[in-house]
Design a protein around this ligand. Structure first.
Ligand SMILES: Cc1ncc(COP(=O)(O)O)c(C=O)c1O
Length: 456
């Protein structure tokens, strides 16, 4: 008998194109239902969504009723209006709420439909700012190696993963990539101050080489996702702020992942004690109950446009869709009512402590991250040597995905940088669930080590 599962597999193999995946679809994981932190596939198997559906489902899957009420209210009042020339109450209210949660001075919000759009909108705003200030030559940006800032062609310029860029020709934006904050193998990685000073010196050198009056923007994530949850050494962000100020560039925190509670703050950069000029948000802004992104900008960035009576030459039809805005407003309400940020702040040290236990496995070389956003780096045993390309294929794409499924876990094996396994549980996860995630990882990684011939 052909089951619904089989029908969907066959139909997907014929018609559905997956993002960032091989287009030959065998045994595709098709998820059809969610409940709390769990998702269920078309065979009825349950998984802990330890990745929050690619860092998005901050609240898990049981707020549908409440979100539907907010959606129904909005859709039966005003289904749609743009934020081009006109506006609607939901976008206005959200702009006020969001800027109220932002670091001091970030007073303006521009809405988009997702992360890449936010990064590109921010870049347009940066260019308009410099043009309005009579600095048209500021056309370059500084970003970091291995960082992922999106893959639409503009945003792709900032992304520092060469293999995602090579097929598509020269990048439209001139971006210089500098070292990221991965201290694991860095010669001075054990000395945070020396490490920070070296990174900042390299960034300054890159600015000078690019031409100090040609650099428009420094863009970075407070914790860089690609490469595996790379936290910054103390005062690194202060250093970026100083460099941006010294050379007349703007500073942007790309918080598409680190924002909206992932690090226990609405804006993760708050942890660094620094106010950037722009912040990009997306993914968790609506807890993924609708698609939405935003750029939150400092008053001083928008002021030259206002004072000069200049338009922002950029727009997205569905940017700030009333449905998404209503759901984002409800998400903020739920975060406050249900103490979501407090949950992350309270449980993050426990999660970190439990994850550090994995260091006793020969395949685990490093554990890094913050909040509910963690990576374990996978190594070839004692000494921390890297796996080669064939081994990575065998481990990250051959062994781990089915073994994680068998363990009832969704997590991410990735090698855009070094080999890592990442987790980012829903922000409503309790201690027992976090323990189960770590216990599951311990089993899977124990087997993975044996599979790769590591003893211990
Ligand atoms: C830091 C960061 N910026 C931008 C993006 C692009 O977002 P989207 O996939 O919504 O276009 C991502 C996506 O993962 C991201 O992690």
């Amino acid at each position: 008998m052909t089951t619904r599962h089989d029908t969907l597999q066959q139909s997907a193999a014929r018609h559905l194109m997956l993002h960032f995946s091989p287009q030959r679809l065998d045994d595709l994981l098709v998820l059809e239902r969610g409940e709390g932190p769990y998702v269920f596939d078309t065979r009825g198997r349950r998984y802990i969504d330890a990745l929050s559906s690619l860092f998005c489902s901050q609240l898990g899957y049981s707020y549908g009723q409440e979100m539907a009420e907010a959606a129904t209210k909005q859709l039966t009042t005003l289904a749609f209006n743009t934020n081009w020339g006109t506006a609607h109450p939901a976008a206005i209210e959200l702009a006020e709420r969001l800027t109220g949660l932002a670091p001091e001075g970030l007073t303006r919000a521009f809405f988009t439909s997702g992360g890449s759009e936010s990064v590109e909108a921010a870049w347009k705003l940066v260019r308009e700012y410099h043009l309005a200030n009579g600095q048209p030559r500021r056309t370059k940006a500084i970003a970091r190696h291995t960082a992922y800032h999106g893959v639409t062609l503009g945003a792709l310029s900032f992304t520092g993963v060469p293999r995602f860029k090579e097929p598509f020709g020269p990048a439209p934006i001139d971006v210089v990539h500098v070292a990221n904050t991965n201290g694991f193998r860095a010669p001075d990685g054990d000395d945070p101050a020396a490490f920070r000073d070296r990174l900042l010196a390299e960034t300054e050198e890159a600015i000078r080489a690019a031409g100090p009056d040609e650099v428009a923007l420094i863009i970075a994530e407070p914790v860089q996702n690609a490469g595996g949850c790379l936290t910054a050494p103390p005062s690194y962000w202060r250093g970026l702020r100083e460099l941006a100020d010294r050379y007349g560039a703007l500073l942007m925190a790309d918080e598409v992942i680190t924002g909206c509670g992932r690090l226990g703050e609405w804006f993760g950069v708050t942890r660094e004690g620094v106010v950037p000029d722009l912040v990009s948000l997306a993914k968790g802004l609506t807890a993924a109950y609708a698609p939405m992104g935003a750029v939150v900008a400092a008053e001083r960035v928008v002021a030259p446009l206002i004072e000069g009576g200049r338009p922002l030459r950029h727009g997205i039809t569905f940017g700030g869709h009333p449905l998404s805005a209503a759901i984002a407003l409800r998400t903020i309400e739920i975060f406050e009512r249900d103490g979501v940020l407090d949950n992350v702040r309270t449980l993050a040290p426990h999660l970190h402590g439990r994850l550090r236990e994995l260091l006793s496995l020969p395949i685990v070389g490093d554990v890094r991250g913050a909040g509910f956003f963690w990576a374990v780096e996978l190594v070839r045993g004692e000494g921390g040597a890297r796996f080669d390309a064939a081994e990575r294929e065998r481990l990250l794409r051959g062994f781990l995905p089915p073994r994680l499924r068998e363990a009832g876990l969704i997590a991410r094996a990735d090698d855009r940088g070094d080999s890592v396994l990442q987790i980012a549980p829903p922000l409503i996860s309790d201690r027992a669930l976090l323990d189960r995630i770590v216990d599951g990882l311990a089993d899977v990684l124990g087997d993975a080590g044996r599979h790769m011939g590591l003893s211990g």
